[in-house]
Design a protein around this ligand. Structure first.
Ligand code: 8YV
Length: 330
């Protein structure tokens, strides 16, 4: 491209990244940070050589088609690409990239925070003093459940799942996992992790389940109503991946019926909508709900932005972007 490529960024990014975007490209930045309406997104895509969307933008086949041949690269600000129809982009010759690796540790930390919050009632306990309801220590007050010696079942043992495993080991949890592919023997041994070919069997035999797989057509409602019923009554379920992987209505019913002990959710099926019933369960201290903040660190957002810049620059210079996403990877 002789002229500077038009790069449309749909959400406000860290200052430092926006400055680099302006220096390098003909950058159209969303200074207000309101999510773009579908019509505004379509108009923006029509102008763009490169689109930088986030999880809040649904980039479907119709939008990619309407954008026309000007759009050449979708450089997602995020690791999960379930917001983009990667198949359609590929068919229409539009390259897709993402930002893997830089949010692994932050998301794994937040997974542990949710496990601790639910098992040891951290968030529920933190509300007691501010609400003026504390009358002093008592032997049976705010009893949670011990982590040491319990079994953690990790659904999806990619980068984030493995980072959760490393942390959980230090808390005395034994590590179990289900994944499309079994890990290489030396990796599995290093993590002291037990592989379960059958997700059903793992769910029935673990105390805490952490969802760490990507959302793809194959993992939509992977934790279906039937599978959730396999969980032990004392089980805790934590999700820092995507809401769509769990049948949220079925999970809510089970929590209400005390069929599982609790849940920690950072993601929801229809964000930003969260069912009232889940909110009521949070008020009752049975679940911890976080507003999709698993990777929300200052450092992580800058590193995500830097990855986006590297991918765009490689593409614009005629090289293969390092974080290209192909349909076969999903
Ligand atoms: C991001 C995420 O904050 O990268 C992902 O897949 O889920 C989040 O942690 C978000 O997607 C940014 O678009």
């Amino acid at each position: 491209m002789a002229r500077k490529p038009v790069v449309v960024v749909t959400r406000k990014l860290p200052e430092r990244i926006e400055t680099r975007m302006r220096e390098l490209f003909d950058a159209h930045l969303n200074i207000d940070d309101d999510p773009l309406s579908p019509a505004a997104l379509a108009a923006a895509m029509g102008e763009a050589d490169v689109l930088v969307p986030t999880v809040t933008d649904r980039i479907d086949d119709a939008l990619i088609e309407a954008a026309g041949p000007g759009l050449k690269l979708i450089a997602n600000f995020g690791t999960g690409t379930d917001n983009i129809d990667v198949d359609a982009a590929h068919r229409r010759g539009v390259v897709v990239t993402n930002t893997p690796g830089v949010l692994t540790d932050d998301t794994a930390d937040m997974t542990m925070a949710l496990i601790l919050s639910v098992a040891r009632r951290v968030v529920a306990g933190a509300g007691v003093i501010p609400s003026g309801e504390w009358n002093g220590w008592a032997p049976t007050f705010m009893l949670g459940s011990r982590l040491t010696g319990k079994r953690l079942g990790i659904v999806g043992m990619g980068r984030i799942g493995q980072a959760v495993a490393r942390r959980a080991k230090a808390f005395g949890l034994s590590i179990h996992y289900h994944n499309r592919r079994r890990l290489a023997a030396e990796v599995e041994e290093g993590l002291e992790a037990t592989y379960w070919d059958s997700l059903d069997q793992m769910l029935a035999r673990t105390d805490i389940v952490s969802v760490n797989c990507p959302h793809t057509p194959a993992t939509y409602h992977l934790l279906s109503a039937r599978r959730l019923k396999l969980l032990r009554p004392g089980a805790i379920l934590v999700n820092t991946a995507r809401g769509e992987i769990i049948d949220e209505a079925a999970l809510t019913r089970m929590l209400e019926a005390n069929e599982i002990a609790g849940a920690g959710l950072d993601v929801f099926e229809h964000e930003p909508a969260v069912p009232n019933k889940l909110v009521r369960l949070a008020r009752a201290g049975k679940v911890t709900l976080l507003p999709h903040m698993g990777s929300a660190t200052e450092e992580g957002r800058i590193e995500m932005g830097e990855k986006v810049l590297v991918n765009i620059r490689a593409f614009v210079d005629g090289h293969r972007p390092p974080d290209r996403v192909l349909p076969s990877m999903l």
